[in-house]
Design a protein around this ligand. Structure first.
Ligand code: SAM
Length: 433
């Protein structure tokens, strides 16, 4: 039987509210058997125990909000106790390989800046390990990892760290793909293209897997399809904006004079060698029944229009137009109506309940406005004639009260602050069998 080991996952200092959503989703996707030793908290790391390092590596390799993974040999809240544990560190004392291999020690402090000479002083604290191998700064056999945690408040810096961690570094995360997929170099972007970090986060939270079929009913420039396709899914979407889908709108990039021919969702996938995962996009209205009942998706990932930066529209006519002769009615393209926020979410949940496979996941953003907005905010949103259709919940309200459906269960939600009075929440629901 493989003896369980402890591991530290070090998080990036970004989108902290979404750490546990992402980790839990990926742990469930890859069926990682683990227990929390230090669960996800405000700290920039968590500690888990598992005997399945291979699966942990798969999970870690996808976590977009983490930076590194290391085996946790010592975790202590007291410096003297830490030094004592270093002097008796069983992993090294019992293993000739670690005693003799080439190595380097990576020192990090969170919540305090430490100078190079302080780093050297920390390394000297580890002399009790009695490592005999040569120090090698590039390509050592083993990198040891030493981390001090001084808390999150930069105004309160304790003399000694709250916690010291020590262990063997295993891997850095795959965050470099964020620059590869940055919108800065994306072939086709629109005003509301989702940035790469959030797009990959959403694909992870939606547990997108190889050969899944993923759908975005408000696809825009297709950023959410790019990340899903990167993880091996076949992707498709719908958008009401025909000129946008066909690259006929004004260029979004500053300085660009006209759109290139291949500025399209398909062009984006091609740019990253993911064209084989492209199914299609439909110019259509997601408030209507577009698919046959038996069409099913593994996941629906979407950023519906809130009407702040893009219009919320659906096909319809404010009143029937008596001037259109009856024989032309079926070919008549009706005027667009405003698509109310409540209707968007109502339709999205019904659509998901109908078209997700059993256990399939829908992940979507919803706007969130503080109940007691100040006059400025009220004025701003009244101008946009939105105030009545805004979902009105506050921090203490449970979104499960708002996002309910008989055939979907709420898995998670997390808030991203946009301005003082306005946030959006990422809601994830799963189709009940
Ligand atoms: C927030 S944007 C989505 C941006 C997209 N995630 C991206 O990365 O480009 C919302 C999109 O919904 C589209 N939309 C608005 N009303 C719609 C409707 N009734 N049916 C389908 N698409 C609609 C808009 O044209 C817009 O492109």
């Amino acid at each position: 039987m493989v003896v369980p080991k402890r591991y530290v996952i070090r998080f990036a200092n970004e989108l902290n509210n979404f750490r546990s959503m992402e980790f839990n989703a990926l742990a469930s996707l890859y069926k990682l058997n683990f227990k929390f030793i230090e669960p996800i908290s405000e700290k920039p790391f968590m500690i888990i125990e598992t005997s399945d390092e291979d699966t942990l590596r798969k999970v870690f390799n996808r976590i977009i909000l983490a930076t590194s993974l290391f085996e946790c040999w010592i975790s202590s809240n007291d410096l003297n106790q830490f030094i004592n544990e270093i002097n008796n560190c069983l992993q090294i004392k019992n293993d000739e390989y670690y005693q003799n291999c080439s190595f380097r020690i990576q020192v990090e402090a969170f919540g305090r800046k430490i100078s190079q000479s302080q780093k050297i002083e920390r390394i000297e604290r580890l002399s009790g390990l009695s490592l005999k191998g040569p120090i090698r700064m590039t390509n050592p056999d083993v990198t040891f990892y030493y981390m001090e945690y001084y808390g999150l408040n930069p105004n309160i810096q304790p003399e000694l760290p709250y916690q010291i961690l020590f262990g063997k570094w295993i891997a850095n995360s795959n965050r470099k793909l964020l620059s590869t997929f940055s919108l800065k170099n994306r072939k086709f972007i629109a005003n509301t293209s989702m940035d790469a970090t959030l797009a990959f986060l959403m694909a992870n939270i939606a547990r997108v897997n190889v050969d899944d079929i993923v759908y975005d009913p408000f696809v825009g420039s297709g950023s959410l399809l790019v990340s899903a396709a990167y993880y091996g899914a076949y992707v498709c979407g719908t958008d009401i904006d025909y000129p946008l889908l066909h690259g006929m709108i004004k260029p979004t990039r500053v300085g660009a004079k006209k759109r290139e021919d291949d500025e399209s969702v398909q062009g984006n996938l091609k740019q990253y060698g993911l064209e084989s995962r492209y199914l299609n996009v439909i110019a259509g209205d997601s408030s209507l029944q577009l698919f046959r009942n038996n069409i099913e998706f593994d996941a629906i990932i979407t950023d519906p229009p809130y009407g702040i930066r893009e219009s919320r529209e659906r096909i319809g006519s404010k009143k029937s137009d008596p001037t259109i002769p009856i024989e032309y009615l079926d070919r008549h393209l009706p005027a667009k109506l405003q698509y109310k926020l409540d209707d968007i979410y109502h339709d999205l949940l019904n659509f998901s309940a109908q078209h997700l496979k059993p256990n399939g996941i829908v992940t979507f953003w919803a706007p969130y406005f503080k109940r007691f907005y100040n006059n400025e905010t009220t004025k701003q949103f009244q101008t946009l004639s939105q105030i009545d259709s805004l979902p009105k919940y506050d921090h203490h309200n449970d979104p499960s009260l708002r996002f309910q459906h008989q055939r979907l269960r709420l898995l998670s939600f997390g808030e991203q602050k946009l301005t003082k009075n306005c946030s959006r929440i990422l809601v994830t629901m799963q189709k009940i069998l």
